[in-house]
Design a protein around this ligand. Structure first.
Ligand SMILES: [Zn+2]
Length: 256
């Protein structure tokens, strides 16, 4: 039996490395740039970043958050995203141990993090996260322990269909696009991982948080609501607590 701590260590290191890659993805994918080339450079002076300065979290700490060459500050977003992704992977390992669900949960939360960051920065949700994630979600449904491939496909279709419908209704009511294509594709991905009940709860929570938090700001400033962030937050709550919330709702309001 392989010891548990080895899994946590591996999950943490892999998560930090993926977080480092996620930083590159959320900067380059919304601008349609390659994440492979050119290699990372300082945005201020253009100096190439050496591999030992690129070590997740530690590189930033050793450089005290500044470029080695020109001393321009490096955003704290880089180590924070690396730490958050590492935390996501360790928490999934703590929950599911040596099980396929560790992988699917960690991948799902990494995708949500990437979507929220891209949407917050650019109002763009890259297809790589949504359509790429959709394919991964359906593939992981074939692994034992999680949802079945059929439930995954139904969830994806429901997520896509519901948001498409809301978008069409909004376009008809407000005479302008009400729902971004990225949000629609995102909910297909969420459905592939969580199934149809997870889709419904995610949309409910996303709409609730979006209107509570961003509604007032949007009314005042006329800024678009980055709905993807709130859908990601809703999905992050629906994934671990969906069954508990639906069960509580059923008992309390439907007497079931
Ligand atoms: Zn520099």
């Amino acid at each position: 039996m392989t010891p548990e701590w080895l899994l946590y260590l591996f999950a943490g290191l892999l998560g930090a490395a993926l977080g480092s890659f996620l930083n590159v993805c959320v900067y380059r994918w919304p601008a349609d740039l390659s994440v492979v080339s050119p290699p990372s450079r300082c945005p201020s002076c253009g100096a190439g970043i050496r591999w030992f300065d690129n070590v997740p979290v530690l590189g930033w700490i050793f450089l005290r958050g500044r470029c080695r060459n020109c001393r321009a500050p490096i955003s704290i977003q880089y180590p924070l995203v690396e730490l958050a992704t590492a935390a996501v992977w360790v928490m999934a390992a703590l929950r599911f141990s040596y099980d396929w669900r560790t992988l699917s949960t960690a991948v799902f939360f990494t995708l949500l993090l990437g979507i929220a960051l891209s949407d917050a920065r650019t109002y763009i949700i890259p297809d790589q996260f949504t359509l790429g994630g959709l394919v991964i979600g359906i593939a992981l449904a074939f692994a034992p322990g999680g949802i079945t491939p059929v439930r995954s496909l139904i969830g994806a279709a429901l997520g896509f269909g519901l948001l498409w419908l809301v978008g069409e209704l909004g376009r008809w009511a407000f005479k302008k696009p009400a729902m971004g294509g990225g949000d629609i594709k995102m909910m297909a991905m969420v459905g592939a991982f969580l199934g149809s009940s997870g889709v419904l709860l995610t949309i409910f929570l996303g709409a609730l948080f979006g209107s509570l938090v961003f509604g007032p700001i949007s009314m005042k400033t006329g800024k678009l609501v980055p709905f993807g962030i709130f859908l990601a937050l809703g999905a992050a709550i629906a994934e671990p607590w969906g069954h508990a919330i639906v069960g509580w709702y059923t008992r309390t309001f439907l007497g079931g």
